[in-house]
Design a protein around this ligand. Structure first.
Ligand code: SDX
Length: 427
């Protein structure tokens, strides 16, 4: 008999098994708690709740460790590619050369969209936020693949996953093109996954587009950094939507909607807008003071994290990538100096030290993406593009779990107890 967690409630004693993972905190298996005690647990925001068992990604928030199928994010960022990391997340092991070539070929041949979808974009206002377009277009894909997607069939799940990973760059590039009034470019199968995305985004039919290798490599690394991140809000959204057996394209659209929020993936856009509002280093202290003021809703965007109580390892890689992009493009951005100074001042302030608030993945990403040429409204779109492989890998893991059940949390009810209807002339 393994460890047991003891609970006394209502004058009775109960014991619940403690389950151990391969690494990380043990969990107390409370699946029988309500049946035995008539009580629920209460954990809004799920700060102490494990929603599932997973073998994909492990985060040690105290140590600032992020592993994908056991491989540290720093090693994947340095040695791997987004396609290889995608294969790893989906299949559990690094691919052989042939396996990788086959996977890349499969993805390449799913990059085109059904031609009718191009007209779908025309229904959006010209100034529609690209994330609004992503929610709509990815959700619309469920109309194109619904009758051919039996999620109980592993092969159907596999092709849905490949279609989503392959089509997100095309959908994202088209969202950008639509917002700037330029014609859509079709995918070019001669290019890499990331090079193809850059060309569809920044190329025009009127001339050849040359992919800059250093930018392609930086963009590919940024995709690796955003690929998956355990049970974050948008991944949990995809899992919950998928737990009812919903169409996978519709589930990913739900994940995109959740990611858009400024507390989550929308923070990269909000962080750059914050740095632009701060402007010069002499104005930093005013914003630090606002972030510490409980009566002020302002928070330092790109700072803090539910899990990391140490430096987000992705922010470290992002900062070094930023320097590489500046050098490759022979550009600089005064906001980088402002960001470095803001980090330095915040990390030396007791408020941030005590609350263990550090820069997260979103703090520096906007400066790089801006240097490459993306408008701030595209930043979260790029996050969604990369996170799609994590979402589909987590969705596959959930659907293929024989013990999978529909997610259905309960509540602490504090509304009116039962009362009788009063006719309107007696109120
Ligand atoms: C992502 O979950 C993931 O894995 C997400 C992600 C992924 O890859 O999927 O890593 C991507 O979403 C990164 C986070 C991006 N969001 C931001 O940068 C927005 C700014 N950060 C905060 O909104 C906040 O830090 C959260 C939302 C990220 C985390 O919020 P929590 O875990 O609910 O923590 P909290 O709000 O309870 O904060 C704890 C304390 C609070 O003060 P007290 O109530 O204890 O006095 O720290 C304070 C907060 O007020 N605090 C901040 C702060 N973040 C937290 N104060 C100032 N500035 C901040 N940024």
């Amino acid at each position: 008999m393994g460890d047991q967690a003891k609970l006394s409630a209502g004058g009775a004693d109960f014991e619940y098994p403690v389950l151990k993972g391969s690494v990380g905190p043990d969990v107390i298996d409370i699946r029988k708690l309500y049946g035995q005690t008539g009580k629920f647990t209460f954990d809004p925001g799920f700060t102490s709740t494990a929603s599932c068992e997973s073998a994909l990604t492990y985060i040690d928030g105290d140590e600032g460790v992020l592993l994908h199928r056991g491989y540290p994010i720093g090693q994947l960022a340095e040695h791997s590619s987004f396609m290889e990391t995608s294969y790893l997340l989906l299949n559990g092991e690094l691919p052989s050369k042939d396996e990788l070539a086959t996977f890349e070929n499969t993805i390449t041949r799913h990059t085109m969209l059904h031609e009718q979808l191009a007209t779908f974009y025309r229904g959006f206002r010209r100034d529609a936020h690209p994330m609004a377009i992503m929610c709509g277009v990815v959700g619309a894909l469920s109309a194109f693949y619904h009758d051919s997607t039996d999620i109980a069939d592993p092969e159907h799940r596999k092709i849905s996953s490949h279609r989503l990973i392959a089509k997100m760059p095309t959908i994202a590039a088209m969202a950008y093109k639509y917002s700037v009034g330029q014609p859509f470019l079709y995918p070019d199968n001669k290019l890499s996954y990331t090079g193809n995305f850059l060309r569809m985004t920044f190329g025009v039919p009127a001339e050849e587009y040359e992919v800059i290798p250093a930018v392609e490599k930086a963009m590919d690394r940024i995709f690796i950094l955003h690929a998956d991140h355990e049970q974050n809000a948008s991944t949990s959204t995809v899992r919950l939507a998928g737990s009812s057996g919903a169409n996978p394209f519709a589930c990913i659209a739900a994940g995109i909607a959740c990611l858009w929020g400024p507390a989550h993936g929308g923070a990269n856009e909000a962080a750059l807008n914050m740095l632009k509002e701060i402007g010069t280093p002499d104005r930093i202290q005013h914003y630090i003071d606002r972030a510490k003021d409980k009566s002020d809703p302002f928070r330092l965007m790109g700072f803090g994290h539910r899990v990391y109580k140490n430096y987000d390892p992705r922010a470290t890689v992002m900062q070094s990538t930023l320097r590489e992009v500046f050098e490759a493009l022979n550009v600089t951005d005064p906001l980088f100096e402002t960001a470095l100074r803001l980090e330095e001042i915040a990390l030396s302030d007791p408020y941030f030290a005590e609350k263990k608030l550090f820069p997260n993945v979103d703090f520096y990403s906007g400066i790089i993406l801006s240097a490459i040429g993306f408008p701030t409204t595209m930043f979260t779109v790029l996050f969604a593009l990369a996170r799609t492989v994590g979402w589909v890998a987590q969705w596959n893991e959930m659907i293929s779990d024989p013990g999978q059940k529909i997610g259905r949390p309960r509540q602490l009810y504090t509304g009116p107890t039962q009362r009788d209807y009063v006719p309107v002339d007696k109120r």
